[in-house]
Design a protein around this ligand. Structure first.
Ligand code: MG
Length: 384
């Protein structure tokens, strides 16, 4: 039993990871107290969470939704907008920031939290994709751990625990392959939003589900792994593993390979990120090997799934290229979800952006923001 529970702010509490985090924390009440919750617009669910969790305060990004919520609840401070998010992560009654925001929006709160010496449990992979060098340098400077929630990176962290980093030969990120693993490339232009939102193994938010269908999610995870584990692109391999039972592997210099396995449930990596390096009991489904019978693997098709190749290219280019990749992807995915472009246009728009945008080799934070802004503008002009 811990005497002083740690205070947690959950950024993006109404999303898929946010909801699972609240479920995990329900059983860790002696160790953690949730002090803040945040949402973009979903005040109905947020109100329900407030009644369950009793936080000190909440942040609603959308100002009109924030006003509505203020009229509906009492005894809980309601902060508004990005300024509210930044305010919350600075406060003394926050020790850990669990960042489950979607996309580029997660970057500034992460930086603000690090510079105020808050520990980071990171589900927002875009933070590291867009500004990996800046964020990891700051984390070292402020001596703040960044513990991944992403299941693949949690798997790598678990495989690395107790190992000397210099003995790592490479890491192998597994990918389910998404819903179009066996769909011929010729059919990609006619893929519907509904088809793309049907992920075979994981239940997630819309943006990441589309990223999983294009394999961009794996591409973003390659870049995330580069920054988290300090590995060059040639030491980060991707293998398709449709059952999503092995969550990733590490190969060592003696030829040994360690893998982390489990039933695909985000509660496992969420709890591990919060209790790391401790391992605590958790009620989840377990793997039934005789029923499963086989685990299969194949190499990713980098021609059909161009996004994964583009992510490797952006990582190799370095500088602001990953920020350009991410911004183009966010605008393209949004346009696809709004049925403004076909599925096969997503990688095309990203490729055009990477070719057109100037690359700053060692970007300052302002140049990263600028790369994001100009790329979004560039893609929107292409779409207009
Ligand atoms: Mg993942």
């Amino acid at each position: 039993m811990c005497v002083n529970p740690k205070n947690i702010a959950i950024l993006g509490s109404t999303g898929s990871i946010g909801q699972s985090s609240i479920a995990v924390l329900k059983n860790l009440r002696d160790r953690f107290r949730i002090t803040y919750l945040t949402t973009n617009v979903n005040i109905e669910l947020l109100e329900y969470q407030i009644r369950q969790v009793h936080p000190y305060g909440v942040v609603v990004l959308n100002p009109s939704q924030a006003e509505k919520l203020k009229k509906r609840i009492e005894g809980v401070e309601v902060l508004v907008g990005t300024e509210g998010l930044l305010e919350v992560v600075r406060r003394d009654n926050v020790d850990i920031v669990l960042n489950a925001l979607v996309g580029f929006a997660g970057l500034r709160p992460t930086i603000e939290a690090i510079t105020h010496r808050k520990h980071i449990a990171l589900a927002n992979k875009e933070t590291l994709v867009v500004a990996g060098a800046i964020v990891t340098t700051l984390a070292r400077e402020y001596n703040v751990p960044i513990v991944p929630i992403d299941s693949e990176h949690s798997a790598i962290l678990q495989c690395l625990t107790g190992e000397e980093r210099s003995t790592v030969k490479k890491i192998i990120l597994t990918a389910s392959g998404g819903p179009f693993l066996n769909t011929p490339a010729e059919q990609f232009p006619s893929i519907t939003v509904e088809e793309a939102l049907k992920h075979p193994n994981w239940k997630m938010g819309n943006k990441i589900t589309i990223d999983s269908a294009t394999l961009m999610n794996k591409g973003l995870e390659v870049i995330e792994a580069h920054w988290l584990f300090n590995l060059e692109p040639q030491h980060i391999e991707v293998v398709i593993h449709p059952q999503s039972i092995i969550h990733s592997m590490v190969e060592f210099i003696d030829g040994s390979i360690k893998a982390q396995l489990g039933y695909p449930d985000m509660k496992i990596p969420i709890q591990y990120a919060l209790t790391y390096p401790d391992r605590l009991p958790l009620e989840v489904c377990t793997v039934n090997f005789p029923q499963l019978q086989c685990l299969t693997f194949l190499a990713p098709d980098l021609v059909k799934f161009r996004c994964l190749q583009l992510a490797y290219d952006a990582l190799t280019l370095g500088g602001t290229a990953p920020a350009v990749l991410n911004a183009a992807n966010e605008v393209a995915v949004h346009a696809f979800l709004e049925r403004k472009i076909t599925f096969d246009r997503i990688p095309q728009l990203i490729e055009q952006s990477l070719a057109a945008q100037r690359n700053h080799r060692v970007p300052e934070f302002e140049q990263t923001l600028e790369a994001d802004r100009t790329t979004r503008e560039f893609v929107r002009n292409l779409l207009a």
